[in-house]
Design a protein around this ligand. Structure first.
Ligand code: GLC
Length: 509
């Protein structure tokens, strides 16, 4: 796909700020740390960076509980550091989008503190406070992080809504003040040079104003929002039409990407109609096993849904909320081999691709002992759900301990002892390394153009063309003879000219 706005075919790289690079030895990543690693990201060949929240936060959900939307947490740097980061990124032709968290604030945000301190304070109307039903909460809604979605305010006896942790009170988007607040927040970061936003929990801003009970029992699905009748309301599309106008009013093709979490791609695509979000994450591949027919079905359904609204489809195999790909695909050597083949699949699909830091190093999920786990998901479910710490371990830059170049201090989560071998330094000059595979694929990716065109292939395999380049993936089939043509890239060395299960190739026909 050539032409059109930059984001239509961009490769984004997600930086989980607290785990990327630490410049001051406090064990937490920060903005100057990111700035020092920009050359690595440019050499990797990505087009844009997405920074997870770096705003002042008490860290109940590691930054997704924002106490001030227009500042930088001192642990992560300063506004001047942000400006310098944007300037350097732009000088290297890297775009930079920031995370906006409009569904909820931190309970430490001044608005919420005012709301609790004085029930007649106007800030109280920014949140959803309601009287209970008898001694219990106003309805049966559960929190996505376990337990009820309501917490009682002891002073007034009313309950407040939180779809996530109690430290993340939900905003009331029916209040026009909240809409105004967020337009000002968007402008603040756009004026500072941000190239757009990743919108947290983009589908849930408006809730059923009548607060009707959800039907029980609540299904246990990976797409928690699928069954919640209380969210995905029509009013939210209005907000995104406004945001689209606002963002398009700036120069430089700034872009909005929504976190919209439904298993039906048509429900997600509805958020990317022409006058709404530029993109929405497509999480379907996060929950598909390594099976050819399943992968193909998901890709086809995803593309059909986005074509219907004229938006590009996006592709995601990893992010900061799910276990690492090599682990999901079985772990060990086989898991890594499959994850490498998946890299060629990902980067051959038409439309924006999102990488998560460390994916290019082939990092696996880290098993952490319970006493080190920090994710509220783990603690609020009494350990029934392991939580997301295992994919958030600080990434290794250099071969040597301590902390493999991430920090001169103690990293906030411990890194496995063997990660020196997976470090960016160790992989930099190794032809067989996963880092090398990603770099090569990103360099060659512009040669893949045009729509995806499936080719017949044996069971257990996927073959499609993008222009004159074929992507062949043997997911779990019999050895597959390499299609004829010039081999541009293979996920493993192929001595026999065949693709065995768990390998992939790009071939110019
Ligand atoms: C999104 C974020 C996740 C966070 C949640 C609540 O799903 O990706 O990390 O916990 O929103 O803000």
């Amino acid at each position: 796909m050539t032409g059109g706005a930059w984001w239509r075919n961009a490769v984004f790289y997600e930086i989980y700020v607290r785990s990327f690079a630490d410049s001051d030895g406090d064990g937490l990543g920060d903005l100057p740390g990111i700035r020092s690693r920009l050359p690595y990201l440019r050499d990797l060949g990505v087009d844009a960076l997405w920074l997870t929240p770096f705003y002042p936060t008490p860290d109940a959900d590691h930054g997704y509980d924002v106490a001030d939307y227009v500042d930088v947490d001192p642990r992560f740097g300063t506004l001047a550091d942000f400006d310098a980061l944007v300037a350097d990124a732009h000088a290297l032709r890297l775009r930079l989008i920031v995370d906006v968290v409009p569904n909820h604030t931190s309970s430490e945000h001044a608005w919420f503190r005012n709301a609790l301190a004085d029930p007649s304070h106007p800030d109280r109307a920014r949140y959803v406070f309601r009287p209970g039903r008898g001694d219990g909460p106003p309805n049966n809604w559960p929190s996505n992080f376990g337990g009820p979605a309501w917490t009682r305010d002891p002073r007034s006896g009313e309950w407040y809504l939180h779809l996530f942790a109690p430290e993340q009170p939900d905003l009331d988007w029916h209040n026009p003040q909240v809409r105004d607040d967020f337009e000002a927040i968007l402008r603040f970061w756009l004026d500072r040079g941000a190239d757009g936003f990743r919108i947290d929990v983009g589908h849930a801003l408006y809730k059923d104003p009548e607060l009707r009970d959800e039907e029980e029992p609540f299904p246990q699905t990976p797409f928690a929002s699928d069954w919640r009748a209380a969210i995905d309301r029509p009013e939210v599309h209005d907000v995104y039409q406004d945001w689209r106008r606002l963002v398009d009013g700036y120069d430089g093709d700034r872009a909005l990407v929504g976190e919209v979490v439904f298993s039906d791609p048509r429900r997600v695509a509805a958020y990317t109609r022409r006058d709404e979000l530029h993109m929405a994450f497509n999480f379907a591949l996060l929950f598909e096993p390594w099976e050819a027919e399943r992968l193909r079905g998901t890709i086809e359904r995803s593309l059909a849904a986005s074509e219907e609204v004229g938006a590009p489809q996006t592709w995601v195999f990893e992010n900061h909320d799910v276990p690492r790909l090599p682990t999901r695909y079985g772990g060990g050597e086989e898991g890594l081999r499959r994850a490498r083949a998946a890299a060629l699949l990902l980067l051959a699909l038409p439309g924006p691709a999102f990488l998560y830091q460390g994916q290019e190093l082939g990092l696996e999920e880290v098993e952490l002992p319970p006493e080190l786990r920090q994710d509220p998901v783990f603690h609020r479910t009494g350990g029934a759900r392991p939580g997301r710490d295992g994919c958030r371990v600080p990434i290794p830059w250099t071969r040597e301990a301590p902390a493999f170049g991430f920090t001169t201090g103690e990293p906030w989560l411990p890194q496995p002892a063997h990660w020196g071998n997976l470090s960016a330094e160790a992989q930099a000059d190794d032809d067989a390394a996963t880092l090398r595979l990603y770099r090569d694929a990103l360099r060659l990716r512009p040669q893949l153009a045009g729509p995806l065109d499936w080719r017949d292939s044996p069971q257990g395999t996927l073959v499609f063309a993008r222009g004159d380049v074929l992507c062949a993936v043997n997911v779990g089939g019999d050895p597959l003879a390499l299609p004829r043509g010039d081999v541009l890239l293979t996920s493993e060395p192929l001595p026999q000219e065949t693709l065995v299960a768990g390998t992939a190739a790009w071939i110019r026909a």
